[in-house]
Every structure is written in C-alpha cells, then in structure tokens.
Design a protein around this ligand. Structure first.
Ligand SMILES: Cc1cc2nc3c(=O)[nH]c(=O)nc-3n(C[C@H](O)[C@H](O)[C@H](O)COP(=O)(O)OP(=O)(O)OC[C@H]3O[C@@H](n4cnc5c(N)ncnc54)[C@H](O)[C@@H]3O)c2cc1C
Length: 492
C-alpha cells in the first residue's frame, strides 16, 4: 500500500544503482508524468515539473516575482543535498571523534550543512520570501514524512525531500509489493532466509551482555535463532523498549538515546476502488497535495488541537494519488478498474481511546473521516463520484497492526528539528550500546524508502567495517563509462 512514488531513480543515479543491486535488476521503475505533483493551496494550483533545470524554471514561471528567492532556495537545496552525506559520515566515524568535532565546533568549518540542519525550515523560508504560497510549495511534502510543522523541522530534511523529486518521480512496475518480491531471491541466493508472520519476541543477550540471537515466534512455537550479529530494522522504540530484556532497557546509554527521539505522526488512509480505466476516467499519474490555506505552521497547530469529534469537519490537508494510473500492469491485473488513495495525518490518541471499545462507534468515527476525505477529493475529480465501488479506511491502528509501528507511526520516529542537531545525528547510529546489536532503517537516518535505504547502508558499513559507499561510487563510475561507450556506439 505504501510507496506512492520515489525520486532519484534516473538511470545511473545512486539510489537506482542500490535498488538494482538489491533486486538483481529485476524491478522495473516507471516514470510518472513530467508534471508529477500538483499543490493546491485554497483555490490556487501550482505544478511541480521534473528535470534538473525545468524544476526551478517552471517554479519561477508560476512565481514571477520570486526569482531571487527561488534561486537562493535552489542553491541552499544543493548545499543540503551535497552535505547530506556528511550527516551520514557523522554517524559512521567513531562516536568519540564525532563528539570531538561537535564540541570543538570543527564540523561547522567542514560544511555549512550542519548549521542548515539545525535551522528551522520556517525560519529560513521567512528570510527568503514573504510569499506564503511559495513557502507552501517549498514545503509541501512535509507532513507525510516529517510529521511536525515546518517551524519545528529542519531545513535540511525539507530541502532533501524536494531535492529527492527534482529529477522526477517513479513507481515500481506492479506496485510496492514487487520491491520485496524481487529482493527475497537475492537474500536467498546469498544464503539467507526470509520468514514471514514470524514475530521476533526478544533479542537474546549472552552472559557477556552481548546480543547473540533472537527468539522468533512462528506458528505459536518459539524458536531461538543464534547469530554473531543481530540487526534490527524494527525501529528504535520497538528494539529498545520491546525486544531488549528489561535490564538492558534501563542502561543509561539506551535511555539517553530514547530521550533524544519521539514517536512520529500516524496516518489516515482511504483506499477507493473505482469502476473504469484511467482513460475512461481521465486519470493521470500526477499526485495532488491539497492545503486549506498557506500558513502551514498554523494549519498543523490547529489540526493538532482539534478534539476527536471535530476532525472530520476540519481536515486541513490531504494527498490524493491514483496508483492504478501509475502502473502499466494495473489494467492487466484488474481490467476495467482503477484505484485512488487519499491520505492525511492522524494522531494515535484518536484511535487509542477506542482500543477497548472498538465497534460501531469507532467504525462511524473512522468512516465519517473517510467519507469527508472522499467528498473533498470529489471536488477535484467529480467524474469519479458515481463510479466508486469500494471504500476501506486505515488508521494509526492499522500501522500498529501491520507495520508493528508502536504508536501507529507512518514513518518511524518524528523527524523534528532536534533530530538534526549534530549531537543527535551522531548518537543515533547503527551501533548500539549493546555489543553485536545494530540498528538499521529509517530511524537511524531519515524517513522514506531512500532514507531507510541509507539507514541500511550505514548499518552495512558498521557491521562489515567497510565503507560500502566507496564500492557504490566505483560501480557508478563503471556504469557511467559503459553508458557513454554504448551511446557512442549507437551514434556510430
Ligand atoms: C502508507 C505509506 C505510504 C508511504 N509512501 C511512501 C512513498 O511514496 N515514498 C517513500 O519513499 N516512502 C513512503 N513511505 C515511507 C516508507 O514506506 C518508510 O519510510 C520505509 O518503509 C521505512 O523502511 P524501514 O525498513 O525502516 O521500516 P519498515 O518498512 O516499517 O519495516 C520495519 C519492519 O519491521 C517489522 N517488525 C517490527 N517489529 C517486529 C518484530 N518484533 N518481529 C518481526 N518484525 C518486526 C515490521 O513488521 C516491518 O515490516 C510510506 C509509508 C506508508 C506507511
């Protein structure tokens, strides 16, 4: 259900190379329309176009008075993108060295990215422009991944999100499940095994206090699996507060890491089945980001202060996407049908209250929000209204059940401003205070598939004690040479 679109999948891009390696080149990525996102602010629409130059040029056309601000933003975005690897380096070098660089202030001499990372997105945008619509367009991806208002989030993570899609947006052919489908054989070929419906109950700790394996529950049976290294991708909260034995959880170093992070935002999704093909319904692969108005800080703050029963009538932002319009295999698999997903933010507490008395009340609450979201989406796509055949809604409880997200988070820990302070960047890393236990995935770097993948790479470097990024850079160079050679041959 996840992965609505991914950026940086252009040929020979680093992310593409990594995913091709992981899937043995078997996963195909379909590029969305050049106009991949539309941002609707009140009654005004803005369009995002892919392309290194076109991205900024088309933005300038839509904001003719704001050329200077856009140029400055693009420059800062480039600084953030270039410097992002240094954030990873801070996690990979020995912790004492990271701390020394931070304490002496040397990191600020090394790159401006560290100061940008610790700057609030709103603060920086307010310095660039007073145009609130432009500020919205330079922030529009924030809530699904970061989950806090722009004033409480880092400029760098917002800029990286925009940069991620600058070259365009892609969708996995056949849908998101194809990602796992094509990675599994690669794992198996390397001698690994993939278990499903096999919950890890706890991490085993030996007499020396080192991680030595896991207890897995499979078909009601518990089995101990011993291993020299345990890598947890279950998130920092699950790993430290649910999987480690109690006596390990209370370690000051573990508690100190936990005090640096917070649970991220939950999501509310509506899945809609529609009669008719994309051609019949006039659907495109473009995604829509809808905002009630252009003050995103205010919008998030007032949304957060709503009482549960006020939510349905006051949804201030949502995202609409048509997975069926992005996937060329969809019509073969579901002839004559289409699907739409609507997404907004949701707080775990709305659902938590209901945990013990879920029933018609809860269903009404849930479907009331779902129907409101559909009504709002129908204002943009009125041609769909009579064609809806199926509706299902998902709440933070869905994420809790299917993703084991402790508080229904959509993207792991909250990517707030303090997460990008150098001390936190350096401390939350693959190595844990428990010997032989490593963390991987989105919580140790950043959210989204790309962020999680870098989390994986950082973890690989730590476990193998090898900078695999160097291997990847060499591979990229080799491929570039080959591409040049092939295109020359074609020309000849
Ligand atoms: C609806 C939705 C849409 C999204 N859309 C996009 C998008 O368009 N583009 C994008 O880049 N990102 C998107 N994301 C975000 C992206 O999916 C995540 O950032 C990414 O999957 C994080 O990867 P991860 O491996 O770190 O964690 P996860 O993918 O959450 O994997 C963690 C795994 O650990 C498992 N686990 C937890 N506890 C245990 C246990 N005790 N035993 C065994 N297993 C356990 C969980 O079941 C889960 O499978 C979306 C997320 C959602 C929810």
């Amino acid at each position: 259900l996840g992965i609505h679109y991914l950026g940086q999948m252009h040929e020979n891009g680093m992310l593409r190379i990594v995913l091709d390696q992981l899937t043995n080149g078997q996963l195909d990525w379909i590029e969305l329309d050049a106009q991949f996102d539309t941002v609707i602010v009140g009654s005004r629409q803005y369009h995002l176009y892919s392309g290194k130059q076109r991205f900024a040029e088309t933005m300038k056309k839509q904001f003719p008075q704001e050329h200077e601000a856009i140029d400055k933003f693009m420059k800062l975005m480039k600084t953030a993108a270039k410097g992002a690897s240094l954030l990873a380096v801070l996690k990979m070098i020995p912790l004492w060295l990271s701390k020394l660089l931070i304490r002496t202030g040397l990191i600020y001499w090394i790159s401006p990215v560290f100061r940008l990372a610790a700057t609030s997105h709103s603060e920086l945008l307010n310095d660039l422009t007073s145009n609130k619509d432009l500020q919205t367009v330079l922030t529009y991806l924030f809530y699904v991944s970061i989950g806090v208002p722009p004033k409480d989030s880092s400029f760098v993570v917002n800029a990286l999100l925009l940069h991620h899609y600058k070259r365009g947006a892609w969708y996995p052919r056949g849908g998101a499940s194809e990602i796992a489908f094509h990675i599994i054989p690669v794992i198996q070929k390397a001698g690994g095994a993939v278990l499903v419906r096999a919950r890890v109950k706890c991490i085993l700790i030996n007499e020396d206090g080192k991680a030595s394996g896991v207890t897995v529950v499979k078909d009601q049976e518990e089995e101990k699996v011993f291993a020299p290294v345990v890598i947890s991708n279950a998130g920092i909260f699950n790993t430290y507060t649910r999987l480690l034995p109690q006596k390990m959880q209370t370690k000051p170093t573990i508690q100190s890491q936990l005090s640096m992070v917070q649970h991220g935002m939950g999501s509310f999704l509506v899945f809609v089945g529609i009669k008719g093909t994309k051609e019949e319904l006039g659907l495109k692969s473009t995604n829509y980001w809808v905002y009630k108005h252009n003050d995103l800080d205010e919008l998030m703050t007032s949304y957060a202060s709503l009482r549960k029963e006020e939510v349905a009538d006051n949804i201030p932002m949502f995202f609409i996407t048509f997975p069926s319009a992005k996937d060329p295999t969809f019509n073969e698999r579901h002839p004559g049908n289409s699907c739409m997903t609507i997404l907004t933010m949701a707080w775990y507490e709305w659902a938590e209250e209901q945990v013990k008395k879920r029933g018609t009340d809860y269903d009404d609450f849930k479907m009331n929000i779902a129907n409101k979201l559909i009504d709002m989406a129908m204002e943009i796509f009125p041609q769909i209204r009579d064609k809806i055949e199926f509706v299902e809604a998902a709440t933070p409880l869905t994420n809790q059940f299917y993703l084991s997200a402790p508080q229904g988070e959509m993207c792991g820990i909250e990517q707030n401003l303090s997460c990008f302070f150098p001390e936190v960047v350096a401390t939350i890393r693959a190595e844990t205070p428990v010997k032989n236990l490593y963390l991987s995935g989105q919580d140790i770097f950043s959210c989204g598939l790309a962020g999680a993948l870098h989390g994986g790479l950082i973890c690989t470097c730590a476990v193998l004690k090898r900078i695999v990024y160097i291997d990847l850079i060499c591979l990229k160079k080799k491929k570039k040479k080959k591409l040049k050679w092939t295109s020359k041959k074609k020309e000849a």
